[in-house]
Design a protein around this ligand. Sequence first.
Ligand SMILES: NC(=O)c1ccc[n+]([C@@H]2O[C@H](COP(=O)([O-])OP(=O)(O)OC[C@H]3O[C@@H](n4cnc5c(N)ncnc54)[C@H](OP(=O)(O)O)[C@@H]3O)[C@@H](O)[C@H]2O)c1
Length: 178
Amino acid sequence: MRIGILGGGRVGSALAATWRERGHDVSVSSRDTVAETAGPVDVVVLALPARAVAEALAAAGPLDGKVLVDATNNVSGGPGGLEIAALAPGARYVKAFNTVFATFMHETPPERPASLVLCGDDDGAKGITAELVRDLGFEPVDVGGSDQTPLVEALAHLVIRLAYTQGRGFFVYRFEPR
Ligand SMILES: NC(=O)c1ccc[n+]([C@@H]2O[C@H](COP(=O)([O-])OP(=O)(O)OC[C@H]3O[C@@H](n4cnc5c(N)ncnc54)[C@H](OP(=O)(O)O)[C@@H]3O)[C@@H](O)[C@H]2O)c1
């Protein structure tokens, strides 16, 4: 899979390292190479601050037909996922990877797969994203259409609050059937 990641910080560099190990063709943008990174790929991943997304999508140009995976959390301001999806109307938007800490995106805990929730309206795009989740060593949990995006973002906010405010530290979660 040809993957272009916009943002080469903690999330972008960890995802790139893992997916390259799994054989994907991954490029990571700097601020100056957004269009070159997004242009030739099948999957574009947003791994930058939410407040930078509008600028980055404008620089990326049309993403019609591409899978657009949104890993952002607007903890420091910026648009939420529904607004982000509306900025790229031709893209196949999926919200994913925002509820897991970057530290586990390359060094996945070796126990039974932890869960990672995703949502979106395009089943094909969700299938591609689910494979990328498995490549990371997680179990993809499809929680529904894009109308679930605010809930997935709320879960991320809860996860972040548990880690930082309640002092739990970094953790993964797993939905285990009984
Ligand atoms: N850290 C986590 O555990 C985690 C987990 C899940 C989701 N998230 C979310 O994922 C996103 C990225 O988080 P992060 O922790 O990776 O942040 P980070 O370490 O601060 O990295 C952000 C990256 O985005 C780049 N960037 C900023 N503005 C840009 C622009 N206009 N065009 C292109 N690149 C730009 C930055 O480049 P410069 O170096 O030039 O500033 C930097 O490489 C955030 O929305 C965050 O909420 C984070």
